[in-house]
Design a protein around this ligand. Structure first.
Ligand code: OGA
Ligand code: FE
Length: 345
């Protein structure tokens, strides 16, 4: 099984299925879902691809045809983008952020309409990406499949890792070549692949400075400002040194994306559509005993809170920048810090 996968992985890459990048990447381990090593990686919040699980075996029949027959008249959120890049933005922040141009457009349509648009799609049309949470409006057949997921395995991990509640299951149906640019989420994710292949590049939270996220008050909070296809090294010089972890997830596999890990996700160009289901879990309660120095993840949480507080007080992103400079410049001598990687211990 592992060998067969390696061969496919090599073919995937040589076939021009995915974009080429210059930064260095290592391979995310792909392990049997019950192996000791896989358990260890999940426990220390490291990404891993889990194979041979039957966690969503009841959803493996969720082809476009099956979903059309079983949720054809359900209303779904479908994004469209001229560039094939689907950079998430916060709608509320977008209303008030000066000069913000939405990188993609949201349309509500029935599942039938989405499938029809995908089938009629021709070069030059806007790329489409369905991103719909599984909710209580779905038909009984989908509910049955959902109940049939391996909740024992999922709940066991949620309890073992002391995660908070499962917040949502998003069904993601992308067209081949669609790209979700690099961002991080504030939740843990069991990312399950149903159909087609997705190339996922992950970055450790300590790569924060190489990836230059937008300010917290920006509609694209948590998203990298760097355009991976044409990185502007004069604005983002540390992106040259970014180090990633890569895999291609195949149907039936689960990628564990730990909270705060950056991810860039790209659907194989020759797959008409790819389908994934997310299982997002909130982090658990803060541990009773905090030890110092803080972890990178804790520092990111602190940074976010400080940025939010300053923005709540000042109501202006430019003034946040000025105030942060005023606090630091000339006051905290910089010789003491490792400029390249201050987030790393
Ligand atoms: C996620 C995510 C995007 C995609 O599951 O957190 O960002 O295109 N997915 O699969
Ligand atoms: Fe994400």
């Amino acid at each position: 099984m592992a060998e067969a996968r390696d061969v496919t992985t090599t073919t995937d890459k040589s076939d021009d299925e995915f974009a080429k990048f210059d930064f260095s990447v290592s391979e995310i381990p792909c392990l049997h879902y019950q192996s000791v090593e896989a358990e260890r990686l999940i426990s220390c919040e490291k990404p891993v691809v889990l194979r041979d699980s039957r966690v969503i075996s009841t959803a493996m029949k969720w082809s476009l045809d099956y979903l059309e027959a079983n949720m054809g008249d359900s209303k779904c959120n479908v994004y469209s983008s001229q560039t094939g890049r689907f950079k998430y933005f916060d709608d509320k922040k977008a209303q008030t952020f000066p000069g913000f141009e939405c990188p993609m457009q949201l349309n509500e349509m029935t599942f039938d309409e989405f499938v029809r648009k995908v089938r009629e799609w021709k070069a030059g049309d806007r790329a489409l990406y369905l991103q719909q949470a599984l909710n209580d409006t779905v038909k009984p057949s989908i509910v049955r499949d959902f109940i049939g997921f391996d909740w024992d395995w999922l709940n066991f991990h949620q309890a073992k890792q002391k995660w908070g509640p499962l917040t949502s299951n998003l069904v993601l149906i992308a067209m081949g070549g669609n790209i979700t640019p690099a961002h991080y989420d504030e939740q843990h994710n069991f990312f399950c692949q149903v159909e087609g292949r997705k190339r996922c590049i992950l970055f450790h939270p300590d790569q924060f400075e190489c990836l230059y996220p937008h300010p917290v008050s920006h509609p694209c909070d948590r998203q990298s400002q760097v355009d991976f296809d044409r990185p502007d090294f004069s604005r983002f010089p540390k992106f040259k040194h970014v180090k990633g972890w890569e895999t291609i997830v195949h149907p039936g596999e689960i990628l564990y994306i730990p909270m705060y890990w950056w991810h860039y996700i790209e659907s194989a160009k020759s797959d008409t559509t790819t389908t994934s289901i997310t299982f997002w879990y909130r982090s658990g309660p803060t541990p009773q005993e905090i030890t110092w120095p803080l972890s990178v993840e804790q520092k990111i949480a602190v940074t976010r809170n400080i940025e939010k507080m300053l923005h709540d007080a000042l109501k202006n992103t430019e003034e946040v920048r000025e105030l942060l400079h005023m606090i630091v410049d000339g006051r905290y001598p910089c010789e003491r810090w490792d400029h390249e990687r201050p987030f790393t211990q």
